[in-house]
Design a protein around this ligand. Structure first.
Ligand code: PA5
Length: 463
């Protein structure tokens, strides 16, 4: 089996010095707390952290696969209407496993995927102008069933579909993924008779990509969702009981905690050296930010903690951000994603061999250049005393992406224990939603609207 590995050599004090790198003693001191944190997380597996068990849900997998088979060949487009945890993983899976140009010329019978995770009227307007809803299936994803963005998109698309197919016909173009019991979408599903999937209990938005939230659209666009779950299951087996020193989730969580709490590095840069994996950095940004960025500790104190996730893509951002990374403040640590065996090999032709500035490239491959640039950047970071770890993907496959997702979900859950916060709520997101409801005049939010208007009066300064 191709296993993802975590190389943390260059995050250690031996490589970058004790001021910026983690010492063996600092890591060793976290072995016990990390193993206890893991045990605390695992103890909730069958209770409120059911996402831990998603890789083993054979029945769920079969339902998703059967649905994809039942509609195969009928649609040109799959459109995800969702946001946050109900969209980021969907896009990341498609980009990683179908590649950047799939949608220009989809494999026979495989639809294109659009993830509309914004209600910018220009985006939605352009979408409706360009994509034929009659050849499209919409996957409406909302765990809560009350997210204004997703629900407004649903209402817009539903009306278009009814216009095209009538009340009865439009149903075949919508599949809903939502909570089994709560929220407004479930009763609508039951009343109208839409095809639907559940977001299981104990599976929060940002931990839901391995549930029908991520799997339905992935299966519809031809991704091997069984392999994805098999990869996640393999990582689960690897990390469930492994001791600290052999456990990539525990080491990664400990490094994140030490980088912020002991080394003064509040910024976590996720740095895929792989275009296909670039959107995984967006998925991870949400997982890290929403899970760990918290005002209150679990014992109710104001702590205002959390790393700031930043996405950089190699080599592209070498030419935009690396100057800051090597010479700017010592407030960052880096996680590179490396692909050891890319799917493609591209040789650089020999030409202009009398010009040394070009001659060294001729006859070499882009893979060699890519690795040299990644390693060159890593060396530059190390020489500048900037700690950097590398997650190596042997190849990019559904299995390795499944491993990666599970590894980071588990690591973030363990980080929550180190930071002493609840990694599974998001009160800050709720506050923004409530304010938007109030501004839109939703019934029941009148007092919030009055408070907002009261606060806004007299505050404006515009130049
Ligand atoms: O991680 C989360 O909980 C959030 O990002 C949600 O996924 C996002 O707000 C969308 O929520 P819902 O799926 O309920 O529409």
């Amino acid at each position: 089996m191709d296993r993802i590995t975590l190389d943390y050599t260059y995050a250690l004090a031996d490589a970058v010095g004790a001021e910026h790198g983690v010492t063996e003693a600092e890591l060793a001191a976290l072995a016990g707390p990390s193993e206890r944190a893991l045990a605390a997380v695992q103890a909730r597996r069958k209770k409120d952290l059911r996402w831990l068990d998603l890789p083993h849900q054979a029945e769920m997998l079969e339902r998703v696969q059967n649905f994809a088979t039942s509609v195969a060949g009928r649609f040109e487009n799959v459109v995800v209407l969702g946001i946050g945890g109900s969209a980021l993983g969907n896009r990341a899976l498609h980009a990683a496993l179908n590649g950047p140009y799939h949608d220009l010329a989809p494999r026979a019978g495989t639809p294109r995927l659009f993830v509309l995770d914004n209600i910018d009227p220009d985006l939605m307007g352009e979408f409706l102008a360009h994509v034929d809803v009659r050849r499209t299936i919409f996957n409406v994803i909302s765990k809560s069933g009350s997210t204004a963005e997703t629900m407004s998109q649903f209402l817009i698309v539903r009306a278009r579909l009814i216009e095209a197919f009538g009340e009865e016909g439009h149903k075949a173009h919508i599949v809903v993924t939502t909570d089994l019991k709560s929220g407004v979408l479930r009763p609508i599903v039951d009343e109208v008779g839409y095809q639907s999937f559940e977001v299981p209990d104990g599976v929060g938005g940002r931990f839901s990509v391995l549930s029908p939230v991520g799997l339905v659209s992935a299966a519809l666009v031809g991704i091997d969702v069984a392999e994805l779950l098999a990869g996640a299951a393999a990582m689960d087996a690897r990390c469930k009981v492994a001791p600290f020193n052999e456990n990539p989730a525990l080491i990664y969580a400990a490094l994140q905690w030490l980088m912020q709490s002991a080394k003064g590095k509040p910024i976590a840069v996720h740095f895929p050296y792989s275009h296909r994996l670039a959107y995984l950095a967006d998925w991870y940004a949400q997982l890290l930010a929403e899970s760990i960025g918290k005002r209150r500790s679990r014992d109710g104190r104001d702590v205002y903690v959390g790393p700031t996730p930043v996405k950089a893509v190699g080599v592209t951002d070498q030419h935009s951000q690396v100057q800051l990374y090597t010479e700017g403040p010592y407030d960052k640590w880096f996680t590179m994603l490396a692909v050891d065996r890319p799917d493609h090999s591209v040789t650089i032709p020999r030409a202009f061999e009398d010009r040394p500035e070009l001659a060294y490239l001729g006859g070499r491959t882009l893979e060699e250049l890519f690795v040299a640039e990644r390693e060159g950047t890593r060396i530059a970071l190390t020489e500048a005393h900037r700690p950097c770890v590398t997650l190596h993907f042997p190849t990019v496959s559904a299995h390795t992406v499944g491993q990666y997702i599970y590894l980071l979900e588990l690591a973030v859950a363990v980080m929550g224990e180190h930071y002493g916060i609840d990694a599974f709520d998001q009160p800050g997101v709720e506050a923004g939603k409530v304010a938007a409801y109030a501004l839109m005049g939703r019934k029941g939010y009148e007092s919030q609207r009055a408070a907002i208007e009261g606060r806004a009066a007299g505050q404006r300064r515009v130049v």
